[in-house]
Design a protein around this ligand. Structure first.
Ligand code: NAD
Length: 261
């Protein structure tokens, strides 16, 4: 249970972040959402998570995490709306694929900014309060691509590997406090981001989406099925729940056996 806890979940208007926000709210936490997207999508997310908190709309920040000052403003808004931030889930992330020699420099910079640097800025902003209260849970959503690579994902793989390095460093710095910092490394998870990759792969290879799903997902993931959002959310809930003080600096795989191969 997360009764009495407060949580800021970045990139929580869709996919894994929304699943985590909803499950945390159902477990009793007060949650602030963040993310971009269509207004009706954001409103639906706020209502869904608000309902899980007992009614109304969940608090929400529209800050664009590609900018450091916006990350800091988001944390300040969360501290204002929730009173404090007990749990930070760094989940916002984007993808872009191209061979490295054709990889657009602005896409490299954007992915590093959102998938890696925003996590640093958010952790830096929440840590003083967590340390002062001697409690905090920081959960970084990395990826199987934080542990192994795939072609055409230079920026994403570099950012997700970097995020595991950041996770371990922060874990060492908070090891004697009531704060922990861990990473979750999902395999292909059924979300808009991953489903778009199936569509893109089908287009690139001139094959059907069904075939692309088989060739993209099943080739990497020994389970030969999607990881479901609720499976990732359940793991994040565990990391933030009771009896986890010694779980620190870990990279927790939930990938149908991907990195075991
Ligand atoms: P998604 O596209 O469904 O959701 C991404 C969220 O991030 C959205 O809420 C979006 O608005 C937000 N976001 C994007 N750019 C932003 C910005 N500049 N500022 C603020 N918010 C921004 O994606 P998802 O699949 O749920 O991915 C969530 C996380 O999980 C990402 O970090 C992703 O790398 C990671 N991940 C996903 C998979 C997968 O297969 N889906 C696998 C491993 C890791």
């Amino acid at each position: 249970t997360l009764e009495g806890r407060t949580a800021l979940v970045t990139g929580s208007t869709s996919g894994i972040g929304l699943g985590i926000a909803r499950m945390f709210a159902e477990a009793g936490a007060r949650v602030m959402l963040n993310g971009l997207g269509r207004p009706e999508e954001i409103a639906a997310a706020r209502r869904a998570v608000g309902a899980a908190m007992g009614g109304g709309e969940a608090p929400y920040s529209d800050h664009d995490l590609s900018r450091p000052e916006a990350v800091r403003a988001m944390v300040a808004a969360a501290e204002q709306a929730l009173g404090r931030v007990d749990i930070l889930v760094n989940n916002a992330g984007i993808q872009f694929t191209a061979p490295v020699e054709a990889f657009p420099e602005e896409q490299w910079d954007r992915i590093i900014a959102i998938n890696l640097s925003s996590c640093f800025h958010a952790i830096k902003a929440v840590l003083p309060g967590m340390k002062a209260r001697d409690f905090g849970r920081i959960v970084n959503i990395s990826s199987a691509h934080g542990l192994v690579a795939s072609p055409f994902k230079a920026a994403y793989v570099a950012a997700k590997h970097g995020l595991l390095g950041l996770t371990k460093t922060v874990a060492l710095e908070v090891a004697e406090t009531g704060v922990t910092c861990n990473a979750i490394c999902p395999g292909f998870t059924r979300t808009p981001l991953a489903e778009a990759q199936v569509v893109a792969a089908a287009r690139e290879r001139g094959i059907s989406e069904e075939q692309a799903l088989t060739e993209v997902v099943l080739a990497k993931q020994p389970s030969k099925r999607w990881v479901e959002v609720r499976e990732v959310a359940r793991l994040a809930l565990y990391v933030c729940g009771p009896d986890t003080a010694s779980l620190n600096g870990a990279a927790l795989s939930i990938d149908g056996g991907w990195v075991a191969a």
